[in-house]
Design a protein around this ligand. Structure first.
Ligand code: ADP
Ligand code: MG
Length: 731
């Protein structure tokens, strides 16, 4: 008998060697194997007759190999296969496929899947179909049994593994074996009330039916993962994610935090710094934050808002609440430029009011760093601004009250979790603080956890926010400050660059400033950087020889970066040629033109962030997306979206759709949970359901859920989170 936890190599037909290949796919146990979902199905119960095929359709065809052979054209060798059913024939072609030469024997049964097309003589063909040999037509009993896995039913298709050594057909066999030998007792971990409400089938039934669909099952439901079996498995996965997040939330809420006072004096202090009237959204969000800060539990709040919606001032107001209560605030930015920028605005807005602000970045001289660290440790510094290096710099706060994380979307959730731990550790009983106590150093007298406010530079579609930030409360700034004129965005091919430069010149001569952005997307990319520098020479030396042009890229040393930014800010530079280092946060309201070269190479979120650098002042702003060379279909959709809308939420939704959740957050490292069954785009609604149900379960025990059911779910949760998401300390 196999258990779900049995190592996969013990499934008949797997063994240690293939077990290793499976491990590369993340399949280590029988459970992993059974949760390895088919990515599509083929209807081999009712395969299509060749005679009834229509051009344009995707079809599964089962037929007999008639003949095959390689012929050469001037361009490349082409392999041709003819498959027959009685008198009908279908032609299949593969380009450059010499490896297929001896693959097919006349008379063998074959299943094909692909798009039916008409060749130039009006004959039907399928180009590069997927195929599976079904063995030859009249065979022994054993082959017949094996063949019954492949024909006469709806057949699951799996992604192969190990460079094709482990095929879909192989998966079908071992999965069938695993199902046959599977213990009848698979524990039900979802509470009964939830199962009943959603009419969920049992895990055993679900696993059987996704791999072995019943004859009456709707083919469309199978393809779209909407059969009861699919729904059960998808819901289960999402439910345990949401349950884990809900648990974290509750634990955080139960911790001891700082109950900040927000009396009249504090309120006056907050009002005093405002250089403008806050928008209604800013007022609402500040209220949400202030209410959180007053509670005796740590705040864990995410502040979302489109670029330019005015998050900075809100975060400064939150900082004042903490400072006026006698606590220190740390503000962390993802890049040094942005940290610097925050430092300048903080000084502009807060220093007059007498607050003491320091900037601590990695590039400072070590003497200076030491001095600043001392200020922080002694409690002189009230607002500490830095990059995430703040975490590594062994900075000790005398009295940490609030951590503000200005996060760009690349800076992912795992890092964030770590960071919160770190900020928590200072008041923990963990080894770190024991060390400090032994030193006789500053003891963190209270056990209170500092509050945490995370700000995102990119709006996050709700589905992602629910999973990635499900443990945070969310505030949204959904209103732009008044007086902004919408940015006009246009696409233009780069053979028309002279017109573009003329336009830039006109705008600059009117007193506006302009960015010209080059696609040096990874600052390590040598050739891209060279191209950008070359263009800078061209622009500064020839095209705009009479104007003041600066260059900013990630490899400049930070003093120089600083200087360039400051000159641009003061208007001493009229045009700034830059790489994507300006993507985040840079705020120069007189800049009203942005030209993005090779805009087809940028991601959608990145384009939106870049564009967010303009349109910040009263002048009408223009974003010109230049394209050079061929633009892919997806690139087309990205650029079109940019010309169509300025709304960050719409753009984020589309970006998520185009790239999928894994890519949306940049790297895998960004901490996107790796789903086995669920798909955040397809399964949005199930995710919402899962969130609701998880919250209801955690609110128990009550008439709906028993303590036993909750405990059982929590045990299952722990195993899942540890294995699948590597997110440990839950519960
Ligand atoms: P983001 O949300 O992208 O961080 P910022 O906080 O940088 O946006 O704000 C963008 C610009 O809008 C800044 O120049 C800021 O001073 C200005 N701003 C913010 N709030 C208001 C407001 N209520 N009225 C007028 N200008 C505002
Ligand atoms: Mg900002």
């Amino acid at each position: 008998m196999l258990e779900l936890t049995t190592p996969v190599q013990y499934v008949k037909g797997v063994g240690p060697k293939l077990g290793e290949i499976l491990a590369t796919k993340g399949i280590a146990t029988v459970g992993d194997l059974l949760y390895y979902m088919p990515f599509r199905y083929e209807d081999r119960l009712n395969p299509r007759g060749i005679a009834e095929l229509r051009p344009g359709e995707m079809a599964t065809v089962i037929g007999e190999v008639r003949n095959s052979g390689l012929f050469r054209t001037r361009k490349m060798p082409i392999f041709q296969l003819t498959v027959g059913q009685g008198r009908s024939r279908l032609k299949c072609l593969w380009f450059n496929a010499t490896y297929l030469q001896d693959k097919f024997k006349a008379g063998e049964l074959i299943a094909l899947y692909g798009k039916v097309e008409e060749d130039k003589n009006g004959e039907l063909q399928i180009i590069q179909p997927q195929f599976e040999m079904l063995g030859d037509a009249g065979d022994g009993a054993e082959d017949k049994a094996a063949a019954s896995l492949e024909v006469g039913r709806i057949v699951p298709i799996y992604e192969s593994a190990g460079q094709g050594r482990v095929t879909a057909r192989w998966f079908r066999r071992v999965i069938r074996k695993a199902l046959d030998d599977l213990t009848p007792e698979i524990a039900e971990t979802i509470p009964a009330a939830v199962r009943e409400r959603l009419a969920l089938v049992s895990p055993r039934e679900a696993l059987w039916k996704v791999h072995w669909p019943e004859p009456g099952e709707s083919f469309e439901d199978l393809q779209s993962s909407r059969t009861p079996a699919h729904v059960r498995l998808i819901f289960e996965e999402l439910f345990f994610i949401e349950l884990g997040l809900e648990l974290k939330r509750r634990q955080q809420k139960a911790e001891t935090g700082i109950a900040f006072r927000t009396d009249d004096r504090v309120r006056q202090a907050i009002k005093k710094i405002l250089p403008f009237h806050p928008t209604a959204a800013q007022k609402r969000v500040l209220k949400e934050i202030a209410e959180d800060m007053q509670k005796p539990h740590p705040m864990r709040r995410l502040l979302q808002g489109d670029v330019g919606s005015g998050k900075t001032i809100v975060s400064f107001q939150a900082a004042i609440i903490a400072i006026e209560n006698g606590y220190q605030v740390a503000l962390m930015a993802p890049t040094e430029i942005l940290a610097q920028q925050h430092y300048f605005s903080a000084r502009r807005i807060l220093e007059n009011a007498g607050y003491r602000i320091v900037l601590l970045t990695g590039s400072l001289e070590s003497d200076r760093k030491r001095e600043i660290r001392r200020h922080i440790a002694q409690g002189n510094a009230q607002l500490v601004i830095g990059t995430h290096a703040l975490l590594e710099e062994k900075v000790e706060f005398a009295k940490p009250g609030l951590v503000i994380v200005d996060e760009q979307h690349r800076f992912g959730v795992l890092q964030r979790l770590k960071l919160m731990k770190k900020s928590g550790e200072s008041s923990d009983d963990g080894p770190a603080s024991q060390g400090r106590t032994a030193e006789g150093g500053r003891s963190h007298t209270s056990l209170a956890e500092p509050d945490v406010l995370v700000m995102t530079a990119t709006p996050i579609p709700r589905t992602l926010a629910l999973t990635l930030y499900g443990d945070l409360d969310i505030s949204v700034l959904d209103e732009l400050p008044p007086g902004r004129t919408p940015i006009v965005t246009r696409r233009i091919t780069d053979d028309r660059s002279p017109e573009v430069w003329d336009f830039v010149r006109k705008q600059v001569l009117k007193g506006n400033q302009a960015y010209v952005v080059y696609p040096v997307i990874a600052e390590s990319e040598e050739t891209e950087l060279k191209a950008a520098i070359k263009m800078y020479r061209e622009l500064s030396g020839k095209i705009f020889a009479d104007l003041k042009v600066g260059l900013l890229h990630g490899r400049l040393d930070s003093d120089l970066k600083d200087q360039v930014m400051r000159m641009f800010q003061k208007g001493e530079l009229q045009i700034l040629v830059a790489t994507t280092v300006i993507e985040v946060g840079v705020d120069v309201s007189n800049a009203s033109v942005m030209v993005i070269e090779h805009s087809e190479r940028f991601g959608l979120a990145q384009l939106h962030q870049l564009r967010g650098r303009i349109g910040r002042g009263a002048a009408k702003s223009y974003c010109i997306l230049m394209t050079g060379g061929k633009v892919t279909e997806e690139g087309d959709r990205r650029l079109d979206a940019m010309t169509r809308t300025n709304d960050g939420f719409q753009i984020a939704e589309l970006d998520l759709e185009l790239r999928g959740p894994g890519e949306f957050f940049g790297t895998r490292q960004a901490g996107m949970p790796n789903f086995r069954v669920a798909n955040l785009i397809r399964d949005r609604q199930l995710l919402e359901l899962a969130k609701r149900e998880a919250a209801a379960v955690m609110a128990g025990p009550n008439s709906e859920v028993t303590q036993v059911e909750i405990s059982r779910a929590l045990v299952a949760l722990r195993t899942r989170w540890q294995r699948t998401y590597g997110l440990v300390e839950v519960g």
